[in-house]
Design a protein around this ligand. Structure first.
Ligand SMILES: Nc1ncnc2c1ncn2[C@@H]1O[C@H](COP(=O)(O)OP(=O)(O)O)[C@@H](O)[C@H]1O
Ligand SMILES: [Mg+2]
Length: 312
């Protein structure tokens, strides 16, 4: 099957700086794909290359089989892009902006019904005749999303669509994007709200320093080695200044942090028994009054990969 987006060995430098060092990603049709990475990882550079707004130095990118350079028009038609930056012509109203964008794709009056639907779905109907400059940042962001969708593209890429958007509106956007995906649109999302990527995306690529350092299903990432650790926090009856010497070496090695009457331990989910660990702690004379466990989430995977292993 033709991929929604095929990215082959894409490289891009700005002067001597390598923003993308040979990126390979295949995004399937109908997927909800997350492109994650710290600031400066190269996410927007990659998206701009897919959108035809920037040129790769080498490598190939195709959207639904259309090369973004050689077959730009068809590639662009298959694609809806919500850019990270809010750029607008301040002189036009919301509806005018959407009608102009329609015209760019050769659509005229027949598209008005769809524009009305978009305005409604994005809670912009009562702003349709407002001038762009009169809108708040969150409203502008929604107009950008509507603008990306005027030609009903099969593949939709959203670059940090919820950056600076309040929590309530974020929920509306997530629901809207999820519905698009359910209708069959391929969605590619970059975000630094990892919790939301964890909620929404099927597969995730993590980009760091211009390289893909992980590319897998969310489920696999969450079952990786990193996620085999279990964080256990015990609260003791009294503040613990230092671990008692009689505490078994095997347990001592698992202690990561001590603060007041709390002790954090890192356990291997598969090998360590919480019950045995607690018994050893009790045997060393530490009285445990409460405990909490936490499992690793996407954030832990991300931090581990991008800060501990990925930095070079
Ligand atoms: N037009 C440009 N000129 C010079 N450097 C750039 C340009 N665009 C991006 N960069 C650099 O490339 C790197 C990747 O940027 P970007 O793709 O925006 O990252 P991200 O979207 O992941 O935060 C950054 O170090 C950035 O400063
Ligand atoms: Mg960016």
């Amino acid at each position: 099957m033709t991929a929604a987006i095929s990215i082959r060995n894409v490289k891009k430098s700005y002067g001597a700086f390598e923003a993308l060092k040979g990126v390979d990603i295949t995004i399937n049709r109908g997927e909800f794909f997350g492109l994650l990475g710290p600031n400066g990882a190269g996410k927007s550079t990659l998206i701009n290359i897919i959108a035809g707004l920037a040129r790769a130095d080498s490598g190939e990118v195709a959207v639904l089989g259309h090369d973004v350079v050689k077959d730009y028009r068809n590639a662009r038609r298959a694609l809806g892009i919500v850019p990270q930056e809010l750029v607008f012509d301040a002189f036009f109203s919301v509806r005018e902006v959407l009608e102009m964008q329609s015209g760019y794709f050769g659509l005229g009056k027949e598209n008005r019904g769809w524009i009305d639907e978009l305005l409604e779905a994005l809670a912009l109907t009562d702003k349709a005749d407002s001038n762009m400059r009169a809108l708040s940042g969150g409203m502008k962001r929604r107009v950008l999303i509507a603008q990306a969708l005027v030609h009903q593209p099969e593949v939709v890429i959203l670059d940090e669509p919820t950056a600076g958007v309040d929590v309530e509106l974020r929920q509306l956007l997530w629901d809207f994007i999820s519905q698009l995906n359910q209708k069959g649109h391929t969605i590619v999302l970059t975000t630094h709200y990892l919790e939301e990527a964890e909620k929404l995306c099927d597969r995730i690529a993590i980009l760091n320093h211009g390289e893909v350092i992980a590319l897998d299903t969310k489920a696999s990432l969450l079952q990786s080695e990193i996620c085999n650790t279990l964080h256990l926090m015990v609260k003791t009856a009294e503040a613990v200044a230092a671990l008692p010497p009689q505490l078994a070496e095997s347990i001592r090695n698992k202690v990561k942090r001590i603060e007041g009457n709390r002790i954090w331990l890192e356990l291997n989910k598969e090998q360590d028994s919480i019950v045995e660990v607690l018994a050893e702690i009790a045997a060393a004379g530490i009285q445990v009054v409460d405990l909490e466990t936490e499992r690793a989430d996407l954030e832990d995977v991300f931090v581990e990969l991008t800060t501990k292993r990925g930095s070079r």
